[in-house]
Design a protein around this ligand. Structure first.
Ligand code: NOJ
Length: 545
């Protein structure tokens, strides 16, 4: 299909630079480490890279607190390295998508420092409010738990930070700020980047600062997907993204399918795609730290809901913000390899763009935390502090937080079985998962039947097969077996995914097996081994006209 945009045709691979590959032995991944591994990403079959933030930053939130949009964090390298990464990626036909954090900057950003000093025009670049009767301006609370207002004696005012204290929210009522943002976007597009993954893009414009009703986080109704937010994105689309043919995928907070369509559908298209997370939260009780048992049907129904409501989704099972999928939705013990492959088949056979997170392609698992010192993430540290404050005993709060912490996905990529998993010559900034001696890329390249080689086969199939890439989605059933179809121009594929440790049987399964997670599927197509996934090309009889 000639006019199909590239982002509907390619698998996107997310790199979290701190943990991908360290080239200079300082224990932190870097741009030269990524350049070294571009062939690996191309050989996997991915067609684009989403790079988590590499801009200058004090790293309170690992780069999601930008102190200069125009320079590269020296931890990661230099602007020359970045230019080389862009051109080396393009030489291999890999697109580069930058992370774009527009809701807030770091409190170390020059704009913020000047804002604190009340210097024009920066005095109004952030959201400042005077105390009300000596107290905070309202009762909102933040995404990382706790306060959203920080008092600055020099100004006699509070600033708003919906995330960490070092991440002040920008003021999108100020047109001068928008001019700066436009300039910065053009700077990166002129460098040749192909698009942006837009961080928490549905909360830029705060409509009012009234107290919030009860809810988590409190105050959300005053800033989630406001009309002002849509106007800003329409404006950026018109003035920057569209003229540059830049791709945009939105990350958002608590988005519903209806809301997502307001961003991605229709004439006004403000974003090309939007991520959904309902399936990833399907075993959560109100907040992410409280979990119930994983029920495959509940998880699958959330996916189906998005497939049915939104024409083209950004599909993901992992990212730097989620624990490892095989530990949550598969079995990271006896069935590690089979369940990792089955989840891979799921990701790559849904309608929409698949986003694969570093290490997912070898079945990297959650980290077996043992001591509090292993925790690095700001969000988890805050949660531990709050849990302690409200009296949750140490062993209970640690168990709760360790299994869900974002650190689980941030341990170094396991390249081989050498010291530090081949990630770095020296001690990494975050501990390596001890299973690296068995779960690693080098081993899996050699093993014919590995998770990695399955991913390669599955991506190659998707890359060459229009039914898998562009076909419609139709649900057959959710449950122990997730059973759905993809169809295009008279061809139909049936996808059967066994979410259990049991052998399963399905009736009326007919056709040619295109791929099995087992490699070689023996016996009738309707019988699935534990955690097996199958794609079957159904035999369709066309009546003669
Ligand atoms: C979403 C990012 O993915 C996450 O890592 C970050 O902490 C928040 N947005 C705040 O920028």
């Amino acid at each position: 299909m000639e006019n199909t945009p590239w982002w509907k045709q390619r698998v996107i691979y997310q790199i979290y630079p701190m943990s991908f590959k360290d080239s200079n032995g300082d224990g932190v991944g870097d741009l030269r480490g990524i350049i070294e591994k571009l062939d690996y990403i191309r050989d996997l079959g991915a067609g684009a890279i989403w790079l988590s933030p590499v801009y200058d930053s004090p790293m309170e939130d690992n780069g999601y607190d930008i102190s200069d949009y125009y320079s590269i964090n020296p931890l990661f390298g230099t602007m020359r390295d970045m230019d080389e990464l862009i051109s080396e990626a393009h030489r291999r036909d890999l697109k580069i998508i930058m992370d774009l954090v527009l809701n807030h900057t770091s409190n170390q950003h020059e704009w913020f420092r000047k804002s604190v000093e009340d210097i024009e025009p920066y005095n109004d670049f952030y959201i400042w409010k005077p105390p009300i009767n000596g107290k905070k301006p309202n009762n909102w609370n933040g995404f990382f738990g706790g306060d959203v207002w920080e008092y600055v004696p020099a100004r006699g005012e509070y600033y708003l930070h919906l995330f960490g204290k070092g991440q002040p929210d920008l003021n999108y009522r100020n047109p001068l700020l928008l001019d700066e943002i436009k300039k910065m976007l053009k700077f990166w597009l002129d460098k040749g980047v192909d698009g942006f993954r837009c961080d928490v893009i549905n909360i830029l414009y705060k409509e009012s600062f009234e107290n919030g009703r009860f809810g988590l986080p409190r105050g959300l109704e005053h800033y989630r997907s406001t009309i002002g937010n849509h106007r800003i994105l329409q404006y950026l689309q018109e003035t920057v993204f569209r003229p540059y043919h830049a791709f945009t995928v939105g990350e958002s907070v608590l988005v519903t399918p209806e809301e997502a369509n307001n961003y991605v559908a229709g004439e006004e298209r403000e974003l090309d795609q939007i991520f959904y997370f309902d399936h990833l939260c399907s075993n959560q009780i109100v907040v992410k730290w409280f979990r119930k048992k994983f029920v495959p049907a509940v998880f699958q129904k959330q996916i189906v809901n998005w497939m049915n409501a939104v024409d083209w989704n950004a599909n993901s099972l992992e990212s730097h913000d989620q624990p490892r999928s095989v530990s949550c939705f598969g079995n990271d013990g006896r069935y590690l390899s089979s369940s990792a492959k089955m989840l891979g088949m799921l990701l790559l056979s849904l309608r929409g763009t698949p986003y694969l997170y570093q290490g997912e392609e070898i079945g990297m698992t959650n980290f077996p935390f043992r001591i509090p010192e292993d925790v690095r993430d700001l969000e988890a540290l805050n949660a531990l502090r709050i849990a302690k404050k409200i009296g949750i005993p140490a062993h209970v709060r640690q168990k709760m937080i360790w299994s869900v912490s974002r650190d689980n996905a941030r341990t170094p990529v396991q390249w081989d079985s050498s010291h530090n998993a081949g990630f770095s010559q020296n001690a990494p900034w975050i501990p390596v998962n001890p299973n690296y001696d068995t779960v690693n890329i080098n081993n899996q390249i050699k093993e014919e039947d590995s998770v990695l080689n399955f991913y390669k086969r599955m991506i190659a199939l998707r890359n060459t097969d229009e039914v898998l890439r562009l076909g419609d989605f139709q649900l057959s059933s959710c449950g122990e077996i997730f059973d759905f179809r993809r169809s295009l121009s008279g061809s139909t594929y049936r996808i059967l995914l066994n979410f259990t440790e049991k052998k399963q049987q399905k009736s009326n399964v007919e056709g040619i097996i295109l791929i099995s997670t087992l490699g070689d599927h023996k016996g009738p197509a309707g019988i699935l081994s534990p955690y097996e996934g199958l794609i079957i090309k159904e035999t369709v009889y066309h009546e003669k006209m």
